[in-house]
Design a protein around this ligand. Sequence first.
Ligand code: PLP
Length: 859
Amino acid sequence: MKAIRRFSVRTVLPERIAALGDLASNLRWSWHPTTRDLFSEIDPARWAKVRKDPVRLLSALSADELEALAADAAFVAKVDAAAADLGRYVTEPRWYQDWAASVEGGAPRAIAYFSPEFGITEVLPQYSGGLGILAGDHLKSASDLGVPIVGVGLFYKTGYFKQSLNLDGWQQETYPVLDPDGLPLSLLREADGTPCVITIDLPGGRTLAAHVWKAQVGRVPLLLLDSDVQDNDDAARGITDRLYGGGGEQRLQQEMLLGIGGVRALRLWSRLTGAPAPDVYHTNEGHAGFLGVERIRELAADQGMDFDAALEAVRASTVFTTHTPVPAGIDRFGADQIELYFGGDNAFDGVPVERLLSLGAEDYPGGQAGIFNMAVMGLRLAQRANGVSQLHGVVSRHMFDGLWPGFDDTEVPITSITNGVHAPTWVDRRVYDLAARHLGTTEVSRDNAWDGIAHVPGDDVWATKREMREQLVVEARRRTRSSWLKRGASPAELGWVEDVLDPDVLTIGFARRVPTYKRLTLMLRDPARLKKLLLDPERPIQLVIAGKSHPADETGKKLIQQMVRFADDHEVRHRIVFLPNYDIAMAQYLYPGCDVWLNNPLRPFEACGTSGMKAALNGGLNLSILDGWWDEWYDGENGWAIPTADGVEDPERRDDLEAAALYDLIEGSVAPRFYDRDADGVPQRWLSMMKHTLSTLGPKVLASRMVRDYTEKLYGPAARAGWALNGPAFDGARDLSAYKARVRSSWGGVRVDHVESSGVSDSPQVGDKLHVRAFVSLDGLDPSEVEVQVVHGRTSESDELRDIETAPLAYAESYEAGRHRFEGDLVLSRTGAFGYTVRVLPKHPHMASPTELGLVANA
Ligand SMILES: *Cc1c(COP(=O)(O)O)cnc(C)c1O
């Protein structure tokens, strides 16, 4: 019999152990082993059965069992200690409080972080891959550092799908329905106990209502909007059914709920708790971009601001992070859809739909008419933007350079902050224990904690790695067995599974989502060659592979099938496994267990990649294409770089070349080094690479480094920029928008009329001083409202300037008809071909960079 409706009845805990409820509902347990131990101790067998989920464990206990626990003085003391520890963790001053006290100009009181997905723990499957895991790690590290972030997302009733395989190796998807009452979530309620409701108007007089769930991530609240509300019609109820589930229309509605509803949820949160309104709004990828539109509407309604002034106020305090190095990966809607949702009766007061459309318009060369592009809107609504690795910064500046015509790619105002990972989540406990034994610290997240790694005895490091490899082997066998049972095998034919993988064989991991550019099957280019590597009698390798394909991506599913079929082969199945349903729980076995982490994307499509960082923190060595973070931090000693066939046009040939390079590396370098043992069976050279990785990559790949970077380089400046504009009656914003309007209307008449120089002879040498005089027309703009610059650099044969630097010229004198002279000196500091030019740029103290308007008058 099937239930027609289900709900979870929450446990009532006896007073003396009531704190267990707080410990279960604060997700800090997911990165705090001591708290997990406390739950495990209650009943280790049941703990395993409920998949290490504290909320489920508590509801599985009977009233008698709970009473027995409450009567156990030793247990009660442990609960008290854990509760006190959590209490300290969430209140004591941490890094941010020191920083905020000393930073000039003040620190944000609150920062809102919007993301379509959050990967915090397997218990809350609200993520599909890297973007969500990154968001989860961002919140956790913000919590550890005391950064006052509040997360904003959606609650998907079925989350992302679970993957299994059929007999043919074809991906099967299931969507288990989540019951929020059985999850570590609490519903925001009004004082009278009724659930709080957020509403958004939809076309046709419909209203979308949403509830708001709160997850507590250490110190950080995470607000999740849920459209499964009784007042909604069926279509509206289904909006948050699935993560990345529906097509264009549902996607647009989800993004409206995330951006617009998200801002409304923040206001609700402030009203309920007295929390300060955020000073900074950070959007993780473009999906939440409508948050800026809602904020413009608020400013129009509350402050009587026009669209342009409100836009300035919003931009100043918004940060946009792009993650997508391919135009195809960006969310785009038809302009007609936007008109339907934001025009006519649905128009937002203060946001004329044409103005909204122009924010997302691809009105640059190569852009498409009639399209509304969420990333383009993201960039136009944020004064500060970044990519997620240095290389991705370069790629993004090029990809979006159409928005800043007249400027070099290098000047496009998109910076980069390289992603990082949350060590307490991803580093195996054994590594922490190793550190505690030999370094007297478990704080491996501290920057210098691994400086002492050189002194940790090699045999202990090696023994620890073997334990983690063995733990992975056991888990992989368990998963292989259960996968084969689902695929229709009978237990009697699965004896061979006990011989799958070997805890002493070189273990290479490959796990990630399966979009084409990640090239899951590159290793299968030459199956015979791979087989030979797997079955080498002296120096075999073994491969552990996992990854989900988006349900609508048939190509991805074919790749998985190809992989599975290869791994099913009796000859190799003890050396290669494809484990279905890659998720956080599996990942926590994979990274520690692998000796080598393989990544072979098509360069430069991997914006950053983070799984290799997690492997590195567990002493894994990376074997990767020089893409994303690896391009930045590969140093020759921390792993291997697979040579790329950049410039080879034929993709088949490129794959062949890169696959051959991969086999060569494994055969010629990786395997020989792994199996090169001393008399005690320890691979000393391998070990020194592991130690080198831990001590040098360790501090860089941390999410704590990343969150500090965001705080210092983007959140602080964005908060201060926002305050500069929101003063009495938002005068600053009105002033900036009036300035921009004036500059835009005058710019057609701004030009460099004439440039003179003197001071340098026919044979200039380093140290010579070049005196530059520029005569410019400003069409009524005041000389103080522009910057006149010399732009200088190396020149190519076609006189293109490279490695450019700029130096401002000083205002000297005005003439009639809006003409002015600027001048200054330039010291020649570089030898070789040198060139310069002069240009005029807008200048205003509240612009983040002179490129901001995309306007420039070059000589
Ligand atoms: C880290 C992680 C990812 C992202 O890995 P990439 O290397 O960025 O592709 C995806 N899924 C899970 C479960 C992860 O832990």
